[in-house]
Design a binder for this molecule. Structure first.
Ligand code: PGA
Length: 267
């Protein structure tokens, strides 16, 4: 049974003075059994958010990590530096691919560092609008997966808590979300790519795939109604406690349904 995960990507929002209080409020408003909750604030808020979430059952994630362990990389943060502050990390977000020119190879290096440091990685993949419109979405995402994952051992990644977020670039921050059906088709394509092209075999079925891109409390049900989607990476809505309460409440419904199926209870 795959877990149901709701991860909040705060992006470059919330100053350190407010970050802990917002995290504590969201933790209190989203106390639902069975849902894995993660809050990913900016680096400078990690201390505050870690302290605010102590004992609340919500994990802390970073939004990025460097691909080297230490050295002359001004402004960068390495995986070992994050260890006491975060247990998760977002890697290869499309905004970093766009603004910091992160390549699939860099994403692969960051992933290796995260796993070595014991950080649970959320690796983001997704196509541009023109790639979807020209029918190349699956090909583009498969190439991203190849670039980041080739040569890596599936069981090692899964043991390290590896998660994939499918985030179509045209849906991020635009208010225009993918349909649940299209997102599920891409989650299936992602697992097929892992299974066949990257030789994961049955291990591909065990990787959680999240959807990200304009997720709200109003549309989360469309994604979580799809058995191949295991949760969401939430950007804009993650800054609003009411939105997060609604999103996690809906995620708990899916978590309970999966529990019931796994334990053989009638759904
Ligand atoms: P959004 O961002 O929910 O604001 O579209 C999602 C993301 O970038 O992870």
């Amino acid at each position: 049974m795959r877990p149901v995960i709701i991860a909040a990507n705060r992006k470059m929002n919330t100053p350190p003075a407010d970050a802990g209080e917002l995290a504590a409020t969201i933790a209190a408003r989203t106390e639902e059994p069975g849902v894995v909750r993660v809050i990913c604030p900016p680096y400078v808020c990690l201390f505050a958010v870690r302290d605010a979430l102590q004992g609340r059952g919500v994990a802390v994630g970073a939004q990025n990590v460097h691909g080297e362990l230490a050295g002359a990389y001004t402004g960068e943060i390495s995986a070992p530096m994050l260890k006491d502050l975060a247990t998760w990390v977002i890697i290869g977000h499309s905004e970093r691919r766009r603004d910091q020119k992160e390549t699939d190879e860099m994403v692969g290096k960051k992933l290796a560092r995260a796993i070595d440091a014991g950080l649970r990685p959320i690796v983001c993949v997704g196509e541009q609008l023109e790639e979807r419109e020209s029918g190349r979405a699956v090909e583009v995402v498969a190439k991203q997966l190849h670039g980041a994952l080739a040569g890596k051992d599936a069981e090692t990644l899964l043991a390290g808590g590896f998660v994939i977020a499918y985030e179509p670039v045209w849906a991020i921050g635009t208010g225009r979300n993918a349909s649940g059906h299209d997102a599920a088709a891409m989650a299936d394509a992602i697992r097929s790519t892992l299974e066949a092209n990257l030789s994961w075999g049955e291990a591909a079925e065990r990787v959680p795939v999240l959807y990200g891109g304009s997720v709200t409390s109003a549309n989360i049900g469309e994604f979580l109604g799809e058995p191949s989607i295991d949760g969401a990476l939430v950007g804009g809505a993650s800054l609003k406690p009411d939105e997060m309460a609604g999103i996690v409440a809906r995620a708990a419904v899916t978590a309970r349904a999966r529990e019931a199926v796994a334990s053989g209870e009638p759904a």
